[in-house]
Design a protein. Sequence first.
Length: 77
Amino acid sequence: MKSHMGKLSCLVKELVENVPEKQVRRAKVRKFCGRVFKIVSSLRLTKSFLKGLGPDGQRGCETALGDLFLNLKNTKD
């Protein structure tokens, strides 16, 4: 998982920067990101994931995902 962290960060960044207009698709993006955050935090890879997102990606996640992302950010390893 650690070797794919850069690609995973890039994928999440793209998803939150290009949030779909339809509510159903937005819900799917939110659900997917929530699962990714859960896996990343359980494997204690939060720090490298946040580093891969960069400041722009983190701002995008805060805007698009709100508390879901802030919970991940507060569980830094």
